[in-house]
Design a protein around this ligand. Structure first.
Ligand code: PLP
Length: 382
């Protein structure tokens, strides 16, 4: 079976893990946690980084650090992984879902602006959702598949409405935007190092940013909100720390981030070169403002072709190739079915037509050729 995406742990992972065990530094204090934070800040171009136990806990911490609290609303694109709305809900807030752009699959600045203009009112230095009276606490764009959202436009709107921007860049480590590094695009940016991401710690996450007060709060909240060296705590904190074991794997992975991202991009290019012209399919979007980190590669099945992704997926499985559908939008998920939302024209037209194909960073040229062959056969039969 050629797997969809498996971790590539052929570097210094084992060596660094052994160092943790030999030194007994296996928990949340240790040189690898510090080193990982330095590496992530450097890659992002930010002054601060805080490592966390997961991407979801990083998102929750980041939202709390910019002031999102119970009863608030946070604006997200509906087309995202469930962790995005979940992090909002973990704050006691509710998501306000907006549609995405067809050319990037990221939050549509146009729809964001229309939603705010039509449904929100500023009062006493805050912005409120008119129908519910809830305060709008933040805008959280998602860097879909490693494509940053159009952050200049989103920042322009955020400034106009005086809202902080928290970027869910879960799978976008190593990306840039108009020649700038990723960390400078939002007030706070969040990564995931889950097992299926390009860079993994097994599980883990990180928060990066330049605002000292926000980042100090992020560290404080994620490390139990302790003050001093005794058992004193000044807030309801969280044990969201990354362990030195996770960070040991992460450091070994980050040493190879450029190589991994280059390989992901090469995989996408391979599929484009070899599947180009096949009837009824197209590829994932390429926005003009950035070069995606190509977390996943795959194809979009043309609605008019009448082909169903599940049939194609089953056909590929029979030929020894793992493929998979992609995110089901937040507003179609049980816990979020009643949230405020814009029209969802683009989201609803694409989400069930996306098929991700094998794209591990360790995939060989031969495996790619076998996959391409199988895709052609299955599509021509479908
Ligand atoms: C993976 C992912 C997350 C969650 O990260 P975990 O580390 O699994 O908690 C959040 N948002 C997006 C867009 C993701 O792809």
């Amino acid at each position: 079976m050629i797997p969809l995406s498996v971790p590539n742990v052929t570097g210094n992972e084992k060596k660094y893990l052994n160092e943790c065990i030999d030194s007994t530094f296996v928990s949340s204090v240790g040189q690898f946690v510090t080193r990982l934070e330095e590496l992530v800040a450097e890659i992002s171009g930010t002054s601060y980084a805080v490592a966390t136990s997961a991407g979801t806990t990083a998102l929750h911490t980041a939202l709390m650090s910019v002031g999102a609290a119970a009863g608030d609303m946070v604006i997200i694109p509906s087309y995202t992984f469930i962790a995005t709305p979940n992090a909002v809900a973990h704050c006691g807030a509710v998501p306000w879902c907006v549609d995405i752009d067809r050319d990037s699959w990221t939050m549509s600045p146009e729809i964001l602006e229309t939603e705010l203009r039509e449904k929100a009112t500023a009062r006493d230095g805050h912005l409120y959702h008119r129908a519910s009276g809830k305060r709008v606490a933040a805008i959280m764009p998602v860097y879909t598949l490693g494509n940053p959202a159009d952050m200049d436009e989103i920042q322009r709107i955020a400034k106009k409405y005086e809202l902080p921007v928290v970027a869910d860049a879960a799978a976008a480590i190593g990306v840039g935007y108009k020649q700038r590094k990723a960390g400078s695009l939002a007030d706070v940016t969040v990564y995931s190092f889950n097992g299926n991401k390009t860079v993994t710690c097994g599980g883990g996450g990180a928060i990066v940013g330049d605002n000292e007060a926000v980042m100090t709060m992020a560290r404080h909240l994620s490390t139990t909100a302790r003050v001093g060296s005794e058992y004193d705590f000044d807030m309801v904190g969280y044990n969201y720390r990354m362990t030195n074991l996770q960070a040991a794997v992460g450091c070994a992975q980050l040493e190879r981030v450029e190589e991994f991202v280059d390989k992901k991009r090469a995989v996408r290019q391979y599929y484009e070169n070899h599947l180009q012209g096949l009837d009824g399919i197209s590829f994932f979007p390429k926005p003009v403002w950035a070069e995606s980190t190509c977390w996943f590669s795959g194809i979009v099945i043309d609605k008019k072709s009448g082909m169903d992704i599940r049939t194609i997926c089953a056909g590929l499985r029979d030929m020894g190739i793992e493929s998979r559908s992609f995110w089901k939008p937040a507003h179609l998920q049980q816990p979020y079915r009643n949230v405020e939302k814009s029209s969802m024209e683009v989201t609803e037209s694409i989400w069930d037509h996306i098929l991700t194909l094998p794209c591990s960073t360790g995939i060989t040229e031969e495996e790619l050729a076998i996959t391409v062959d199988a895709v052609k056969k299955v599509i021509q039969k479908a």
